[in-house]
Design a protein. Structure first.
Length: 206
């Protein structure tokens, strides 16, 4: 499998595109952590409410303990104070804990969405052409693999013919001023170079 072209300019361009994609993914991950931390910091509100409720419940409990030993009415009064503490401070503490948990859940969700949605869109744009490029390079590498010495001349002629008959004229003229004249005269070097560069490869034997 060929991941990158052999031609220096094409290789540099491909590496640069891959680095851009990786950099954007890293920035999205950093942003997702920032969003998570910013939202998660709001959990301090629920934590404060929970602590306040616990303090109120504890105050009622302390008062109940103080009057529990009072003769005749102490037990009933203590039970009433404890019930009042659970009904006020206990409920507030539970509310605060639930709020804190929901804030944590929301922070996780928003952090994940901040990364996942744009990252998915980016990969849907970047991966298909990159995968297609790798497949083309791999297929071209196999098709243009070096021939045996006895087949080299015929392989060279066929590669030159493919270049002359399939590549755009402007692309051919970068390598030879007379592509069809070169083909007819057996001057294959420029045509073979054009074919290999079009495939993103460098000729191993021409």
């Amino acid at each position: 499998m060929r991941l990158y072209p052999d031609v220096p300019g094409q290789r540099l361009s491909t590496v640069a595109r891959d680095l851009v994609v990786l950099t954007v993914l890293a920035l999205l991950a950093w942003l997702a952590f920032k969003v998570h931390d910013a939202v998660d910091a709001l959990a301090v509100l629920g934590e404060g409410v929970g602590e306040a409720g616990t303090a109120v419940e504890g105050g009622f409990g302390s008062a109940a303990d103080a009057v529990d030993g009072v003769p005749v009415v102490g037990g009933s009064l203590a039970d009433g104070l404890r019930s009042a503490g659970e009904g006020t401070g206990g409920n507030v503490a539970d509310f605060g804990r639930r709020g804190e948990e929901r804030v944590h859940d929301l922070a996780n969700l928003l952090g994940a969405l901040t990364f996942a949605v744009p990252a998915l869109l980016l990969l849907l744009q970047a991966l298909p052409p990159r995968i297609a490029q790798v497949r083309r390079l791999t297929a071209a590498g196999r098709a243009l693999s070096p021939a045996a010495p006895e087949d080299l001349a015929e392989r060279t002629r066929l590669v030159a013919m493919r270049a002359a008959f399939s590549l755009p004229y402007g692309q051919l003229l970068r390598f030879t001023s007379d592509p069809f004249g070169d083909l007819a005269a057996g001057r294959y070097d420029g045509l073979v170079q054009a074919a290999y560069e079009d495939a993103g490869l460098l000729p191993e034997r021409v």
